[in-house]
Ligand binder design. Structure first.
Ligand code: FES
Length: 196
């Protein structure tokens, strides 16, 4: 079977598992290193995940593992950011101001992030926990309303915009969750709150 004939849902699943396997591999490689740390440094390392942002291109989404959960880091373009204020998008949102959603205080804005360019979000649909796909392009025949890019959960058809805000008509009740994170430098991000 050629790669082109693979079912799109299966291809998305394979892409996702490949990314997670890579991230898990890094986690296993880190175990001997963590064992050699002092107890407080080891606790901090396990509670947090550090991400190298230097290799993430504009428009790209990467998946990393944090505390056993997949987390997306998306580098949004100016065009992607413009969609977040587009009335064709905002008129479809259940909770445009993220008042009923889980996110740190710093992400309670229309970008749902510290820096507009970077979206960091737990990659789990708030309906029943499937992993949505990344569909950053406008259009497509999988969504009945205006689609300007976002995330689509194929399990029961929930749509989210490019800030993870859920759209009306979705079974998902809330926007996707944003974890605590900090930028350590222009090219390094740490997900999770350091302990100790
Ligand atoms: Fe995503 Fe049901 S789990 S729509």
């Amino acid at each position: 079977m050629s790669t082109d004939s693979v079912n799109p849902n299966r291809r998305r699943f394979l892409n996702w598992t490949a990314g997670v396997v890579g991230a898990v591999g890094v986690g296993y490689a880190a175990v001997p290193f963590i064992r050699s740390m002092s107890p407080s440094a080891a606790v901090m390392a396990e509670a947090t995940t550090t991400v190298d942002l230097s290799k993430v291109d504009k428009g790209q989404r990467i998946t990393v593992m944090w505390q056993g959960k997949p987390v997306w880091v998306v580098r949004r373009t100016d065009e992607m950011l413009e969609t977040l204020e587009d009335p064709e998008v905002t008129d479809q949102l259940k909770d445009p101001d993220s008042e009923k959603s889980e996110q740190p205080e710093f992400a309670a804005n229309e970008y749902r992030s510290r820096e507009p360019e970077w979206l960091v979000m737990i990659a789990i649909c708030t309906h029943l926990g499937c992993i949505p796909s990344y569909n950053p392009e406008s259009g497509g025949d999988f969504w009945s309303g205006a689609w300007k890019g976002g995330f689509f959960c194929p399990c029961h058809g929930s749509g989210y915009d490019l800030a993870g805000r859920v759209m009306e008509g979705s079974p998902a009740p809330r926007n996707m969750e944003v974890p605590y994170y900090e930028f350590l430098s222009d090219s390094e991000l740490r997900i999770g709150e350091p302990m100790g």
